[in-house]
Design a protein around this ligand. Structure first.
Ligand code: ADP
Ligand code: MG
Ligand code: MG
Length: 354
């Protein structure tokens, strides 16, 4: 009998549409080649308002490739816990939700409660990977080099008596310009600004605080952006290294999601020693957050000094046919459909309660 794979996609995040594209590619891969005899795919869709939809509507969303919009009768109802009954048949879950409410440990906690194995990192590592401040603490503890940064809490921006000017003074003195202001728990560059003056810094802090209570300000580096894919559980492997190039000011939301604005170069043209260093750092980073299954680890390579700094880990990276993660594995010798198969096997290998 075939294993029933619950492909969970959509979600309450800015990356809802990317999730649909990722799920389409994975569903296709599970229905082709040798996977056809092993797996039966049951898609489940989380609407932008958090409501779960079962196989029928999920199939429609996959076929259409665009979101299913909440109906009028659903407005104001938050029946998040009414799961489609088909959910009880699932042997293994494959969540492919990007960003908050899916990549951050929330859904992973729920799947653990269901006592069914699932693809990817459990709750702790997902939450640590999503929160840039917790992530940097874990990386620092593992001895991974990173840019200088300052943690900011929303209360420091709006407090009375006002500490805001002092905070900005400290940022200017410690980090200088340009620096990057980011909400701690987001992705896809949403809410991120590159700032070059006091006025821009003040505006960017105010804007980032509208997304999150926890913020981070980082010193800006001039560097090449290189990424490495990790696959495995306790004995994870690293892929070849890829590079992202673009002509915009930084790798912002528009550059990420407008066709033709960024190029992926696989493998990146790097000295062998740097490639090896990046691969070792990627595996260390994966272990530092207690990752499982998959992750894409992103770096800054400062060519002038030869330094490699870790930027971040993404525990549920983009998984469309043109995304960096599957392309890195394809270039390393694991084609898309085999990658998806291995990820499910890695999920089954982990005990449900570990
Ligand atoms: P996200 O999780 O949203 O992808 P990142 O921290 O990766 O956020 O930042 C998005 C992009 O902003 C990076 O890919 C890079 O182009 C730019 N960036 C972020 N931080 C820095 C930094 N400290 N120095 C230089 N560029 C940065
Ligand atoms: Mg990210
Ligand atoms: Mg990033």
């Amino acid at each position: 009998t075939k294993l029933k794979v619950g492909l969970l996609f959509g979600g309450c995040s800015g990356e809802h549409e990317v999730s649909i594209s990722s799920a389409r590619a994975i569903a296709q891969a599970l229905k082709s080649g040798e996977n056809t005899n092993k797996y039966e795919v049951l898609p489940f869709y989380i609407q932008k308002n958090g409501i779960w939809q079962g196989v029928e509507i999920a199939q429609q969303v996959l076929a259409a490739g665009s979101p299913y919009l909440p109906t009028d009768e659903q407005q104001g109802k938050h029946n998040l816990w009414q799961f489609p009954s088909q959910a009880s048949e699932i042997d293994v879950w494959f969540p492919i939700l990007h960003g908050p409410n899916g990549e951050d440990g929330t859904v992973q906690g729920l799947l653990k409660l269901m006592q069914v194995p699932f693809v990817g990192t459990p709750a702790l590592g997902s939450a640590v990977g999503m929160d840039k401040l917790a992530m940097k603490t874990a990386f620092a503890q593992a001895g991974l080099p990173q840019v200088k940064y300052i943690a900011v809490n929303r209360s420091q921006i709006y407090s009375n008596p006002c500490v805001f000017p002092k905070l900005c003074d400290e940022i200017e003195a410690t980090l200088g310009y340009p620096c990057f202001v980011k909400p701690a728990n987001l992705g896809s560059s949403v809410g991120i600004a590159k700032v070059r003056s006091r006025a821009q810094l003040e505006t960017a802090l105010d804007n980032a605080a509208s997304y999150d209570r926890r913020l981070i300000v980082e010193a800006g580096v001039v560097a090449r952006e290189v990424e490495c894919a990790v696959l495995g559980n306790d004995q994870a492997k690293a892929s070849v290294v890829g590079e992202i190039t673009y002509t915009s000011d930084f790798y912002d939301y528009q550059t990420k999601y407008t066709a033709g604005q960024a190029d992926l170069i696989i493998p990146a043209s790097l000295p062998d020693a740097i490639t090896t260093q990046i691969q070792e750092m990627a595996i260390k980073a994966f272990a530092a957050v207690d990752g499982a299954g998959l992750a894409r680890v992103d770096f800054f390579y400062v060519e002038q000094t030869g330094e490699v700094l870790i930027n971040e880990i993404n525990t549920l990276p983009g998984f469309t046919t043109t995304s960096m993660y599957p392309q890195l594995w394809a270039a390393t010798g694991i084609p898309f459909s085999e990658l998806v198969d291995q990820l499910i096997q890695l999920a089954l290998e982990r005990k449900v309660n570990s």
